[in-house]
Structures are given as structure tokens and as C-alpha cells.
Design a protein around this ligand. Structure first.
Ligand SMILES: [Zn+2]
Length: 367
């Protein structure tokens, strides 16, 4: 029942200060010229899709539809030492030099505004705090509402709306400071978590399981054959899927691949890169809200079975506000102990209703 389990949500309004505005002047240079050319070529007014409204609509919806068992906490900025476990110092110095500025970082539309560096430090700090709370059992599960997201950020490069790789910073923190030996990261965002994969590519003690829409969909990586290298060979697991994949396909991968992989790996912490763009309204995959409930419950069960329930989720993508807010709400209800609906193929309930509606027309009265 909802309220049976305790959930901590980490959120902090400093993450709203990251708001690149395309109409504002950016640091001039080659990248700015190229991005301007691309934007002008679109022929429509383009707004930065990873905007503060994503976070504020989640918070507003949660205050209008509170969930028993869910409580809230603020965040803190991640330190240079914490960030440098997964990013190079030269990258971090370059990012630091942009504090207070508006600048483009990549033609894939990654940009910063004057409040962005502070926001990104607080987002990585939220992932760290979520992990500490999960390991110390301050709540039965923890969800960090991180923004900007993190899973595209590489050791030396900001990409795909991401500055620092929040979930990777959290995993490295768990290993360095919290006594966790093996960390499982599950990335269910519809885009491949190229940055997380890159960071832990040769690490045997971090298993990275990523289910996503297959290349050439952004960022173009995450092929089946990408399994890690060296000592880490076998601890990177990619499940590339067609865009038509729905709830049943997603859960088939979780049951048939993630469950045995987790039993083999025996993690002592499970972290989740929770993106909400698999929902069909976001046009990446064809899932409903119910798949988020089922993935969440399966991860709760795996965490209970292998790591004393230690489970922390970090927000990644999700750009359709309705899909994002309802998806986060569905996950939190499940974390709090909510019941699972039966998963059915899209359209089945409608066909059943239509069957009931039409069948009488094909029956003789005496039957
Ligand atoms: Zn995504």
C-alpha cells in the first residue's frame, strides 16, 4: 500500500538557476557561430528543451498530489574532489571558467547560463546525498531530482544537456567513501548513457546496464557488442531497442537480462539513471506510465535481495512535461509501496472494450 515504505526526495531550487536562453548573448566564438547557423536553419523559434520548468512542474505536481511516505530534503554542492573522481581536472577547470557566463559547450545544444555551474554542482551533490541516504538507510529508497541531467557527460566533455555525470559521481563516491565495493547502475532513459559507459568502461566493480533506443538515435552509441574492456569486460550491458518498443519489451529485458546479471554481479548498491523519455508522449519509445512502476518494483526487489534495499535514483531526461511529472509520480508511488497494475500490450484494454460493445450485434437474439 502507498505509505508502507519511506522515500526521501532530494530537491533544491538552486538547480532552477540553470536556464540557457537562446535569445541572450553567448560567449562569442566558433561554437556560437555554428550553433547560430543551425538554429537559423531551423526556421522556427527554438527554446532550450532542458529548462527549469521540468523541475518546477514535478515539484508543483507533488505538492498538489502528495504521496504518503515521501519526505523532502535539500542538496549541497559536490566538491572538486568528488567531481574529479570521474572528470579530469582540466575539464573541471574549463567548466569553472564559465561560472557566471552564457556559453555553448557543444553543437548538440549543450549550453550554460550564469547560474549553471552552481546548479550542476548541486545536481551532482544531490546524487551523492541520495547515495549516502540509501547506504545509511535514512529512507528505504531515495530519488534525487537532479538538473542538469548527467548521463551524457564524459570524463572530458559536457554533452547532451549534461555538465557533470551525476550518477557516476555518486557511484564513485559510494566506492571511495561509503564502503561499497560493487555498484550496479541501471539506466532506463531512452537515450544511451554514453558518459556513464565511458567512465566505467574498464571497471569490473561498476556494472552498467543501459536499455535505450538504438543508434542512430542520439547519442549513437550503446551497441550490443559494447560490453566493456580489460578487467571491465562483461560489466557493461547494452540493450538497444527499436522506437516501437513498449512496456512488455522493456520488462522482458529487465526479467531476462538484468535479473540474472544482478544475481551474478551481487552489487551492494543499486543506482538508477531514471529518465522519463521512454514514455510515448516523449516520442522516443512507446511505453506507458505502468512500465515505470514495474521497473521500479523490480529494482526494489533486486535491492532487497542483494543489498539490504540500498536503492537511489537520479533524474535524467524527460522533456514532455506531462510524461515527466506523471512518470516521476508513478515511480515515487511505487517506491512508497504502491500496488502494481497488470501490464498489457498497448491497445488491449480498448480492444476488450470494443469487443464487449460490438459482440451483441453478431448474436442472434435467441442465443
Ligand atoms: Zn534521454
Amino acid at each position: 500500500m502507498i505509505g508502507d515504505r519511506t522515500v526521501l526526495v532530494i530537491q533544491d531550487e538552486r538547480m532552477l538557476a540553470h536556464k540557457p536562453d537562446v535569445a541572450e548573448p553567448f560567449l562569442p566564438g566558433r561554437l556560437d557561430r555554428r550553433v547560430r547557423e543551425i538554429l537559423n536553419g531551423l526556421g522556427i523559434q527554438w527554446n532550450y528543451p532542458e529548462h527549469p520548468g521540468r523541475l518546477s512542474s514535478i515539484i508543483n505536481y507533488l505538492s498538489e498530489h502528495p504521496i504518503p511516505g515521501v519526505r523532502f530534503s535539500g542538496s549541497r554542492p559536490a566538491t572538486l574532489e568528488e567531481l574529479s573522481r570521474v572528470h579530469t581536472l582540466s575539464f573541471l577547470n574549463d567548466i569553472e571558467s564559465l561560472r557566471g557566463e552564457s556559453a555553448w559547450l557543444d553543437v548538440d545544444t549543450t549550453a550554460v547560463s550564469p547560474g549553471s555551474i552552481d546548479a550542476a554542482e548541486v545536481a551532482a551533490g544531490a546524487a551523492i546525498m541520495a547515495t549516502e541516504a540509501a547506504v545509511n538507510r535514512e529512507a528505504e529508497s531515495v530519488f534525487a531530482l537532479c538538473r542538469p541531467p548527467g548521463h551524457h557527460a564524459e570524463p572530458v566533455r559536457a554533452r547532451g544537456f549534461c555538465l557533470f555525470n551525476n550518477v557516476a559521481v555518486a557511484a564513485a563516491h559510494a566506492q571511495s567513501e561509503l564502503g561499497c565495493e560493487r555498484v550496479l547502475i541501471v539506466d532506463w532513459d531512452a537515450h544511451h548513457g554514453n558518459g556513464t559507459q565511458d567512465i566505467f568502461w574498464a571497471s569490473p566493480d561498476v556494472m552498467f546496464f543501459d536499455i535505450h533506443r538504438a543508434a542512430p538515435f542520439y547519442p549513437g552509441s550503446g551497441h550490443l557488442e559494447e560490453v566493456g574492456a580489460g578487467w571491465g569486460e562483461g560489466t557493461t550491458i547494452n540493450i538497444p531497442l527499436p522506437g516501437t518498443t513498449g512496456d512488455l519489451g522493456m520488462m522482458r529485458a529487465f526479467h531476462n537480462i538484468l535479473v540474472p546479471a544482478t544475481r551474478w554481479f551481487k552489487p551492494d548498491l543499486i543506482l538508477v539513471s531514471a529518465g522519463f523519455d521512454p514514455h510515448r508522449l516523449d516520442l522516443c519509445l512507446n511505453c506507458s506510465y505502468d512500465v515505470f512502476r514495474h521497473m521500479t518494483r523490480l529494482l526494489q526487489n533486486l535491492a532487497d535481495e542483494h543489498c539490504e534495499g540500498r536503492l537511489a535514483l537520479c533524474l535524467e531526461g524527460g522533456y514532455h512535461l506531462e510524461a515527466l511529472t506523471q512518470g516521476v509520480h508513478a515511480v515515487l508511488e511505487t517506491l512508497a509501496g504502491g500496488e502494481l497494475p497488470e501490464l498489457v500490450e498497448a491497445g488491449y484494454p480498448e480492444v476488450d472494450a470494443a469487443t464487449k460493445f460490438h459482440l451483441s450485434a453478431f448474436r442472434d437474439d435467441e442465443e
